[in-house]
Structure formats: C-alpha cells, structure tokens
Design a protein around this ligand. Sequence first.
Ligand code: ADP
Length: 378
Amino acid sequence: MKTPEEPVRGRCVLVMSGKGGVGKSSLAVNMAVWLAMQSRSVGLLDIDIHGPSVPKLLGMESVRLTQEAGLIVPALRGPLRVVSLGFMLQDANTPVIWRGPAKHGVIQQFLNQVLWSPLDYLIVDCPPGTGDEMLSVVQVLGQCEGAVVVTTPQDVAISDVRKCVGFCRELKVPVLGIVENMSGLVCPHCRKRIDVFGSGGGEALAREFQIPFLGGVPLDPELAQRSDAGQPIVEADPDAPTAQAMVQVFKSLFDTRPSRSTLEVSMKIAIPLHNGRLSAHFGHCEQFAVVEADPQSHTVGQVELCTPPAHEPGALPRWLTQMGVGTVIAGGMGRRAQQLFSASGIDVIVGAPEDEPEALVQAFLDGRLVSGPNVCDH
Ligand code: ADP
C-alpha cells in the first residue's frame, strides 16, 4: 500500500468475513475513522446490503443520501465520507428482500456511481460470506488493494474463514491479512484480558495459508456499548484495550508517514453567521466566520469574521476558494449552491445546528458533526 499514485476512488480495501456477527463492520468503521484521524482522505462504503450497520455504528441513523447529476453524494461525518444502503432505507428494522439481479444492480450503483472526492483510501464493508453478493462486489470493483478477513476464535467461524481465503485466491484478490476479533475478553473491572474461547486460531490459519496475521482484538463490553451509541472506539476511547489492538492492526496495514495533507498546518472552515451563531439561511447571511482548524491535534485556531460579496450565483464559492476555505458548515443550502461548492472542491455539511462557530468546528474535528436534514434550501 505504498505506491504514490492516488486515483480518485483511492486504494480500495475490502473488509470481509466468512459469516455475520464477527465484528467486520466494527473493524471497517474504526479503520475508516482512524485513517481519517491520520488526516487521510477516506471514504467508507457499507455494501453489506442485508445488514447495513454503518449508520448505527457512526451515529448517523437519521442521515439520508442525496444525488447530484445521477450520482450518490456521500454523507459527511467530519472529514469522513460515508455511503451506506442504510441511508436509503425508510426503516432499519425492515429486512431488505431483493432478487439476485436487483442486488447486483445496487452493488454496481454503490461501487460505480458515487461522487467521491479524490480519496486516499476507500474502505468497503462487504456482505458476509462468499456468495453471489461478494462475487458481485469483486467483479464490479475490478481492482482493489486487497482484503482484510475478520474472524472469531470459534471453530465454525474459522472454517468459514477458510472459504473466504479460498474465495480471494480464486478471484485474485490479495489477502492483506487475518484479524481475530473477540479474541479473549477484556474484564470490565480491571481491563485485563481473559481467554474465554481460546485464541490463536486466526494465527494458525494465517500460518497455514501463509498470509499475514494482523492481530487479535479482544471482546470488550465497552466496544459493544460504544458501538450502540454510535461512537467508534478508536476515536471515543483511544486508550481502551480494543482501540489499541485495532490501531496495532491498522498500523501494520497502512503507511502512516505524514502525507501531503498531514504536513499542511491547518485547514479553513467557513460558517455563515447571524448574531455570532450559525445562520440557517445561507444565501442571506451578513457575515462568515472563517475558522482555522488543525485536523491532527483537533484544535480550533483563529476565527476571522468576513463580509461576503454581493449575492450572485458563484460569487461565494469563488470568494471562499480565494481565502483557502475547503469546507463549509451550514444549516441549509439550496441544491444549486451545493453543486457550485462541490464543483469548486469545497465540502459542504448541511443540517448543522445554530451554534457558535468554534463549537461547530470542534464538533467537526471530533467527528461529531454529521450532515443532517437541509434545514433551509433557498
Ligand atoms: P458483522 O459486521 O461481522 O456482522 P458487527 O461489527 O456488526 O459484526 O458486530 C456485531 C456485534 O458485535 C455488534 O453489536 C458489535 O458491537 C459487537 N462487537 C464486535 N466486535 C466486538 C468486540 N471486540 N467486543 C465486543 N463487542 C463486539
């Protein structure tokens, strides 16, 4: 994963498992969030079409996707771009029942018709198993960096995971390594690790197939609780044993030397203001706060108050681009304006609350600000 080219969809990493419930989505979500914390430009695609759990794991259940020129526009969670079928379902509890061709169509749309901005990495949370859906993912994707296979120590999962490795080999998808999740238990009282089911099955399997063993992640009630609350553990409690174990896995997978973006000292975020707080009416606000922010240390820097140019289409994106602004946090914004910003390479988060600019930028840096309903679209 160390070549210099950075295609638009970025280096694509599949997160797979032989069966459901082994922690594949949890690993994929934490991987994407962690890479974003390293200032990588990251997309997370949840293509687990029968159980899209990414919205819940990221606390984004109320988010709905929009389209632009027939392409899906990813939802933003701080700097992370997210696409999940869960954002399109009316109700998370209703099962998705599709025949094969419809499933293939959805997978195709999710892989090929998304307006990703240039990404360093695209993390794909795949459907479990090695059936038709997984075959569609690999066929439609064409090329990818490789797959991370998640398993648990129990034997059944281990035998399923053999099929997973065989499937990748058959389809020439490089296996980047195996992660053994729920490997031992973290005691909720002393945080020490206890082996319940035994562990080491993943490691033995990796040896047998001569693929890297990336590490074991213990079973931790805190991870389950945080997942339910939409808080990825690597961000919410980086000192937790599960967070540290995941980070070990990610460090062995990804090159975390400073990239161009991490070398940039700060980014600029613009927020339309009314009486010192975010104004829901984007086009008619009297002032903008242009806030400097350091995505590495999550610190909010200088805030400059600026008066926008006269209201005419295209004037604001031009003006903000000249000031070096890369992101706009807004309450509401018309579709046309959103398109103009997107064409200028400026990310827009809509649906933000009428809060003070510093608080909004802090929430953005901490990954707590997600695009919500467009509160005013004119
Ligand atoms: P999959 O994507 O394989 O179906 P999920 O990531 O959705 O699995 O995880 C299934 C459940 O197990 C979730 O409730 C999640 O919070 C929980 N879980 C996953 N990994 C762990 C772990 N290491 N410790 C505790 N709970 C976990």
